[in-house]
Design a protein around this ligand. Structure first.
Ligand code: SF4
Length: 358
Protein backbone atom coordinates (compact mmCIF):
# COMPACT_ATOMS: atom_id res chain seq x y z
CA UNK A 1 0.00 0.00 0.00
CA UNK A 2 1.46 3.38 -0.96
CA UNK A 3 1.77 6.34 1.40
CA UNK A 4 -1.13 8.00 -0.43
CA UNK A 5 -3.36 4.99 0.02
CA UNK A 6 -2.57 4.79 3.72
CA UNK A 7 -3.48 8.46 4.18
CA UNK A 8 -6.59 8.25 2.03
CA UNK A 9 -7.82 5.13 3.78
CA UNK A 10 -7.52 6.79 7.17
CA UNK A 11 -9.29 9.91 5.87
CA UNK A 12 -12.11 7.72 4.60
CA UNK A 13 -12.33 5.68 7.80
CA UNK A 14 -12.38 8.71 10.14
CA UNK A 15 -15.79 10.34 9.39
CA UNK A 16 -17.48 6.95 9.66
CA UNK A 17 -16.04 6.05 13.06
CA UNK A 18 -15.01 9.23 14.87
CA UNK A 19 -16.39 10.01 18.29
CA UNK A 20 -18.18 13.32 18.72
CA UNK A 21 -15.97 15.29 21.04
CA UNK A 22 -16.51 18.98 21.85
CA UNK A 23 -13.00 20.13 20.96
CA UNK A 24 -13.29 18.67 17.48
CA UNK A 25 -15.94 21.17 16.40
CA UNK A 26 -13.79 24.24 16.77
CA UNK A 27 -10.76 26.04 15.42
CA UNK A 28 -10.43 28.08 18.60
CA UNK A 29 -6.83 27.54 19.75
CA UNK A 30 -7.75 28.15 23.40
CA UNK A 31 -10.24 25.28 23.44
CA UNK A 32 -7.92 23.00 21.49
CA UNK A 33 -4.98 23.81 23.79
CA UNK A 34 -7.05 23.24 26.93
CA UNK A 35 -8.36 19.89 25.68
CA UNK A 36 -4.90 18.70 24.64
CA UNK A 37 -3.30 19.59 27.97
CA UNK A 38 -6.10 17.82 29.86
CA UNK A 39 -5.94 14.76 27.59
CA UNK A 40 -2.21 14.37 28.22
CA UNK A 41 -3.23 13.24 31.68
CA UNK A 42 -6.06 10.92 31.04
CA UNK A 43 -8.33 8.98 28.72
CA UNK A 44 -11.08 10.80 26.84
CA UNK A 45 -13.93 9.50 29.04
CA UNK A 46 -12.22 10.64 32.24
CA UNK A 47 -10.97 13.89 30.70
CA UNK A 48 -14.36 15.07 29.40
CA UNK A 49 -15.79 16.24 32.76
CA UNK A 50 -12.57 18.17 33.41
CA UNK A 51 -12.75 19.78 29.99
CA UNK A 52 -16.34 20.90 30.65
CA UNK A 53 -15.46 22.16 34.14
CA UNK A 54 -12.60 24.28 32.75
CA UNK A 55 -14.67 25.69 29.90
CA UNK A 56 -17.54 26.53 32.27
CA UNK A 57 -15.33 28.22 34.83
CA UNK A 58 -12.86 29.81 32.44
CA UNK A 59 -14.67 30.29 29.11
CA UNK A 60 -11.89 32.44 27.65
CA UNK A 61 -8.13 32.65 27.83
CA UNK A 62 -8.49 35.91 29.78
CA UNK A 63 -10.71 34.24 32.37
CA UNK A 64 -8.08 31.56 32.88
CA UNK A 65 -5.24 34.10 33.10
CA UNK A 66 -7.11 36.16 35.69
CA UNK A 67 -8.19 33.23 37.88
CA UNK A 68 -6.40 32.57 41.19
CA UNK A 69 -4.00 29.62 40.95
CA UNK A 70 -5.86 27.95 43.81
CA UNK A 71 -9.06 27.84 41.75
CA UNK A 72 -7.23 26.31 38.80
CA UNK A 73 -5.64 23.64 40.99
CA UNK A 74 -9.03 22.92 42.55
CA UNK A 75 -10.58 22.42 39.09
CA UNK A 76 -7.61 20.24 38.08
CA UNK A 77 -7.92 18.16 41.27
CA UNK A 78 -7.75 14.45 40.52
CA UNK A 79 -5.92 14.75 37.20
CA UNK A 80 -2.45 14.51 38.76
CA UNK A 81 0.70 16.17 37.34
CA UNK A 82 -0.15 19.47 39.00
CA UNK A 83 2.85 21.19 37.40
CA UNK A 84 0.87 21.01 34.16
CA UNK A 85 -1.97 22.99 35.73
CA UNK A 86 0.52 25.60 36.90
CA UNK A 87 2.11 25.75 33.45
CA UNK A 88 -1.37 26.16 31.96
CA UNK A 89 -1.91 29.18 34.17
CA UNK A 90 1.55 30.66 33.51
CA UNK A 91 1.05 30.22 29.78
CA UNK A 92 -2.41 31.89 29.87
CA UNK A 93 -0.95 34.84 31.80
CA UNK A 94 1.91 35.21 29.33
CA UNK A 95 -0.46 35.15 26.34
CA UNK A 96 -2.90 37.63 27.86
CA UNK A 97 -0.46 40.10 29.40
CA UNK A 98 2.48 39.86 27.01
CA UNK A 99 1.09 38.58 23.72
CA UNK A 100 -2.15 40.57 23.26
CA UNK A 101 -4.23 37.57 24.29
CA UNK A 102 -3.28 35.76 21.07
CA UNK A 103 -1.88 32.27 20.52
CA UNK A 104 1.07 32.04 18.11
CA UNK A 105 -0.29 30.74 14.79
CA UNK A 106 2.62 28.52 13.79
CA UNK A 107 4.06 25.25 15.08
CA UNK A 108 7.43 26.92 15.77
CA UNK A 109 5.79 29.77 17.70
CA UNK A 110 3.56 27.45 19.72
CA UNK A 111 6.53 25.30 20.69
CA UNK A 112 8.01 28.25 22.59
CA UNK A 113 5.09 28.36 25.03
CA UNK A 114 5.49 27.02 28.55
CA UNK A 115 4.18 23.47 28.90
CA UNK A 116 3.67 23.06 25.13
CA UNK A 117 5.76 20.25 23.65
CA UNK A 118 5.99 18.98 20.06
CA UNK A 119 2.76 16.96 20.32
CA UNK A 120 0.58 19.81 21.65
CA UNK A 121 2.15 22.35 19.28
CA UNK A 122 1.44 20.08 16.30
CA UNK A 123 -2.13 19.47 17.47
CA UNK A 124 -2.92 23.20 17.83
CA UNK A 125 -1.07 24.18 14.64
CA UNK A 126 -2.91 21.60 12.55
CA UNK A 127 -6.38 21.72 14.17
CA UNK A 128 -6.60 25.51 14.53
CA UNK A 129 -4.46 26.74 11.61
CA UNK A 130 -4.29 23.73 9.26
CA UNK A 131 -0.50 23.69 9.29
CA UNK A 132 0.65 20.33 7.88
CA UNK A 133 2.69 19.15 10.85
CA UNK A 134 2.16 15.59 12.09
CA UNK A 135 1.21 14.74 15.65
CA UNK A 136 3.04 11.90 17.36
CA UNK A 137 1.42 10.38 20.40
CA UNK A 138 1.21 6.80 21.67
CA UNK A 139 -1.59 5.97 19.24
CA UNK A 140 0.30 7.30 16.24
CA UNK A 141 3.53 5.50 17.21
CA UNK A 142 1.59 2.25 17.46
CA UNK A 143 -0.22 2.56 14.13
CA UNK A 144 2.94 3.55 12.23
CA UNK A 145 5.15 0.94 13.91
CA UNK A 146 2.72 -1.86 13.14
CA UNK A 147 1.62 -0.85 9.69
CA UNK A 148 5.08 0.03 8.33
CA UNK A 149 7.02 -2.46 10.48
CA UNK A 150 9.17 0.20 12.14
CA UNK A 151 10.99 -1.53 14.98
CA UNK A 152 13.04 1.39 16.29
CA UNK A 153 12.70 2.16 19.98
CA UNK A 154 10.00 4.84 20.26
CA UNK A 155 11.53 6.16 23.48
CA UNK A 156 14.92 6.90 21.89
CA UNK A 157 15.68 10.28 20.25
CA UNK A 158 16.73 8.44 17.08
CA UNK A 159 13.51 6.44 16.99
CA UNK A 160 11.40 9.55 17.57
CA UNK A 161 13.16 11.30 14.71
CA UNK A 162 12.49 8.41 12.31
CA UNK A 163 8.82 8.24 13.28
CA UNK A 164 8.47 12.02 12.93
CA UNK A 165 10.03 11.85 9.47
CA UNK A 166 7.62 9.15 8.33
CA UNK A 167 4.62 10.85 9.96
CA UNK A 168 5.39 14.11 8.17
CA UNK A 169 5.64 12.30 4.84
CA UNK A 170 2.23 10.77 5.37
CA UNK A 171 0.27 13.82 6.48
CA UNK A 172 -2.33 15.16 4.07
CA UNK A 173 -1.34 18.65 2.93
CA UNK A 174 -4.94 19.43 2.07
CA UNK A 175 -6.52 18.20 5.33
CA UNK A 176 -3.76 18.00 7.95
CA UNK A 177 -6.29 18.57 10.73
CA UNK A 178 -8.50 15.68 9.64
CA UNK A 179 -5.53 13.40 9.01
CA UNK A 180 -4.03 14.01 12.47
CA UNK A 181 -7.39 13.39 14.11
CA UNK A 182 -7.90 10.31 11.94
CA UNK A 183 -4.64 8.54 12.81
CA UNK A 184 -5.02 9.23 16.53
CA UNK A 185 -8.61 8.03 16.48
CA UNK A 186 -7.61 4.96 14.47
CA UNK A 187 -5.03 4.08 17.16
CA UNK A 188 -7.55 4.73 19.93
CA UNK A 189 -10.42 2.72 18.43
CA UNK A 190 -9.10 0.22 15.88
CA UNK A 191 -5.35 -0.43 16.25
CA UNK A 192 -5.58 -0.66 20.03
CA UNK A 193 -2.62 -1.74 22.23
CA UNK A 194 -3.92 -5.22 23.09
CA UNK A 195 -5.62 -7.68 20.75
CA UNK A 196 -6.73 -5.34 17.95
CA UNK A 197 -9.43 -6.84 15.77
CA UNK A 198 -7.31 -7.03 12.62
CA UNK A 199 -10.06 -8.91 10.77
CA UNK A 200 -12.12 -5.71 10.78
CA UNK A 201 -9.23 -3.40 9.91
CA UNK A 202 -9.66 -1.47 6.65
CA UNK A 203 -5.89 -1.33 6.04
CA UNK A 204 -5.04 -4.90 7.05
CA UNK A 205 -3.93 -5.93 3.56
CA UNK A 206 -0.90 -3.64 3.75
CA UNK A 207 -0.11 -4.13 7.43
CA UNK A 208 3.44 -5.36 8.10
CA UNK A 209 2.79 -6.46 11.69
CA UNK A 210 -0.21 -8.56 10.70
CA UNK A 211 1.63 -10.19 7.83
CA UNK A 212 4.71 -11.04 9.91
CA UNK A 213 3.02 -11.85 13.24
CA UNK A 214 4.35 -8.79 15.06
CA UNK A 215 1.14 -7.15 16.22
CA UNK A 216 2.00 -7.91 19.85
CA UNK A 217 5.65 -6.92 19.63
CA UNK A 218 5.34 -3.56 17.90
CA UNK A 219 5.92 -0.79 18.78
CA UNK A 220 9.21 -1.29 20.60
CA UNK A 221 9.46 0.75 23.76
CA UNK A 222 12.58 0.08 25.78
CA UNK A 223 11.99 2.70 28.39
CA UNK A 224 11.07 0.84 31.51
CA UNK A 225 9.21 2.98 33.96
CA UNK A 226 10.51 2.27 37.44
CA UNK A 227 7.76 2.46 39.99
CA UNK A 228 8.76 3.46 43.47
CA UNK A 229 6.69 2.58 46.54
CA UNK A 230 6.23 5.18 49.29
CA UNK A 231 4.60 4.80 52.69
CA UNK A 232 2.79 7.77 54.22
CA UNK A 233 1.42 7.97 57.73
CA UNK A 234 -1.04 10.85 57.80
CA UNK A 235 -2.30 12.62 60.90
CA UNK A 236 -5.85 13.89 60.50
CA UNK A 237 -5.88 16.30 63.44
CA UNK A 238 -9.19 17.98 64.09
CA UNK A 239 -10.80 20.11 66.73
CA UNK A 240 -14.53 20.80 66.35
CA UNK A 241 -15.03 21.99 62.79
CA UNK A 242 -11.32 22.68 62.19
CA UNK A 243 -8.57 20.54 60.67
CA UNK A 244 -4.79 20.91 60.58
CA UNK A 245 -3.46 21.07 57.00
CA UNK A 246 -0.22 21.78 55.23
CA UNK A 247 0.46 23.21 51.78
CA UNK A 248 2.88 20.97 49.92
CA UNK A 249 5.81 23.15 48.91
CA UNK A 250 8.72 20.78 48.41
CA UNK A 251 9.75 19.63 44.98
CA UNK A 252 7.71 16.49 45.22
CA UNK A 253 4.36 15.15 44.12
CA UNK A 254 1.25 17.33 44.63
CA UNK A 255 3.16 20.60 44.91
CA UNK A 256 0.83 23.48 45.88
CA UNK A 257 -1.94 21.16 47.08
CA UNK A 258 -3.19 20.77 50.62
CA UNK A 259 -2.76 17.66 52.69
CA UNK A 260 -2.35 16.67 56.33
CA UNK A 261 0.79 16.50 58.46
CA UNK A 262 2.55 13.27 57.60
CA UNK A 263 5.49 11.05 58.34
CA UNK A 264 7.08 9.16 55.48
CA UNK A 265 8.25 5.64 56.32
CA UNK A 266 10.47 3.14 54.54
CA UNK A 267 8.37 0.03 54.97
CA UNK A 268 4.72 -0.90 54.65
CA UNK A 269 4.92 -2.58 58.04
CA UNK A 270 5.61 0.76 59.67
CA UNK A 271 2.27 2.23 58.59
CA UNK A 272 0.11 -0.78 59.48
CA UNK A 273 -0.56 -2.13 62.96
CA UNK A 274 0.00 1.34 64.38
CA UNK A 275 0.04 1.71 68.11
CA UNK A 276 -1.12 5.27 68.89
CA UNK A 277 0.97 5.29 72.05
CA UNK A 278 4.08 4.84 69.97
CA UNK A 279 3.35 7.72 67.59
CA UNK A 280 6.13 10.22 67.34
CA UNK A 281 3.92 13.28 67.34
CA UNK A 282 5.46 16.27 69.13
CA UNK A 283 5.05 16.12 72.83
CA UNK A 284 3.07 19.39 72.72
CA UNK A 285 0.23 17.51 71.07
CA UNK A 286 0.40 14.56 73.46
CA UNK A 287 -0.04 16.96 76.35
CA UNK A 288 -3.42 18.04 74.87
CA UNK A 289 -4.87 14.59 75.64
CA UNK A 290 -5.88 13.73 72.10
CA UNK A 291 -8.26 10.91 71.27
CA UNK A 292 -6.74 8.61 68.67
CA UNK A 293 -8.39 6.27 66.20
CA UNK A 294 -7.31 4.66 62.97
CA UNK A 295 -8.72 6.13 59.74
CA UNK A 296 -9.02 2.75 57.99
CA UNK A 297 -8.35 -0.91 58.60
CA UNK A 298 -5.79 -1.25 55.85
CA UNK A 299 -3.69 1.35 54.05
CA UNK A 300 -5.05 3.22 51.04
CA UNK A 301 -3.26 2.46 47.81
CA UNK A 302 -2.84 5.26 45.29
CA UNK A 303 -1.09 4.79 41.95
CA UNK A 304 0.76 7.59 40.18
CA UNK A 305 2.78 7.18 37.00
CA UNK A 306 6.10 6.61 38.75
CA UNK A 307 5.02 6.06 42.30
CA UNK A 308 2.82 3.75 44.29
CA UNK A 309 1.64 5.44 47.48
CA UNK A 310 0.44 3.49 50.50
CA UNK A 311 -1.16 5.68 53.12
CA UNK A 312 -2.56 5.11 56.58
CA UNK A 313 -4.50 7.75 58.47
CA UNK A 314 -4.57 8.36 62.18
CA UNK A 315 -7.53 10.36 63.38
CA UNK A 316 -6.59 12.72 66.20
CA UNK A 317 -9.47 14.48 67.89
CA UNK A 318 -8.93 17.25 70.41
CA UNK A 319 -11.21 18.95 72.84
CA UNK A 320 -12.23 22.48 71.76
CA UNK A 321 -10.79 23.95 74.93
CA UNK A 322 -7.33 23.25 73.45
CA UNK A 323 -7.91 25.29 70.28
CA UNK A 324 -5.50 28.10 71.22
CA UNK A 325 -2.76 25.63 72.13
CA UNK A 326 -3.34 23.71 68.88
CA UNK A 327 -3.17 26.92 66.85
CA UNK A 328 0.12 27.78 68.50
CA UNK A 329 1.49 24.32 67.72
CA UNK A 330 0.24 24.51 64.12
CA UNK A 331 1.80 27.95 63.50
CA UNK A 332 5.12 26.86 64.94
CA UNK A 333 5.15 23.88 62.54
CA UNK A 334 4.00 25.77 59.42
CA UNK A 335 0.59 24.14 59.44
CA UNK A 336 -2.76 25.89 59.07
CA UNK A 337 -5.98 25.33 60.92
CA UNK A 338 -8.88 25.50 58.45
CA UNK A 339 -12.63 25.08 58.75
CA UNK A 340 -14.47 22.24 56.99
CA UNK A 341 -15.86 24.66 54.38
CA UNK A 342 -12.38 25.99 53.56
CA UNK A 343 -10.96 22.47 53.45
CA UNK A 344 -13.66 21.50 50.96
CA UNK A 345 -12.77 24.44 48.69
CA UNK A 346 -9.00 23.83 48.63
CA UNK A 347 -7.16 21.75 46.02
CA UNK A 348 -6.27 18.37 47.51
CA UNK A 349 -4.64 15.16 46.20
CA UNK A 350 -7.20 12.56 45.11
CA UNK A 351 -5.94 10.29 47.88
CA UNK A 352 -7.00 12.82 50.54
CA UNK A 353 -10.37 13.33 48.82
CA UNK A 354 -10.93 9.55 48.86
CA UNK A 355 -10.12 9.42 52.55
CA UNK A 356 -12.37 12.38 53.41
CA UNK A 357 -15.25 10.97 51.38
CA UNK A 358 -15.26 7.71 53.30
S1 SF4 B 1 -4.16 -4.90 10.75
FE1 SF4 B 1 -4.21 -4.90 12.96
S2 SF4 B 1 -2.17 -4.26 13.56
FE2 SF4 B 1 -2.38 -3.73 11.43
S3 SF4 B 1 -3.07 -1.62 11.40
FE3 SF4 B 1 -4.88 -2.91 11.35
S4 SF4 B 1 -5.50 -3.16 13.48
FE4 SF4 B 1 -3.39 -2.41 13.48
Amino acid sequence: MSFNNFTENLLRWYPLHRRDLPWRETRNPYIIWLSEIILQQTRVAQGLPYFHAFINKFPTLTDLANAPEEEILRTWQGLGYYSRARNLHACAKYLVYENNGEFPDTYAGLLKLKGVGPYTAAAIASFAYKEPVAVLDGNVFRVLARFFGLDMDISSPKGKKEFAKLANQLISKKSPDQYNQAIMEFGALQCVPKNPDCSQCPISTGCYALKYGQVNTLPVNEKKVKIKSRYFLYFHIHIGDYTVVKTRKDKDIWQGLIDFPLEEHNLLDEIVNIDPDQLSLPSALHSLNPHYSLGSEKPYKHILTHQRIFASFVNIELNEKHKVALEKWANANEYDLVSEAVLESLGKPKLIVRYLNQ
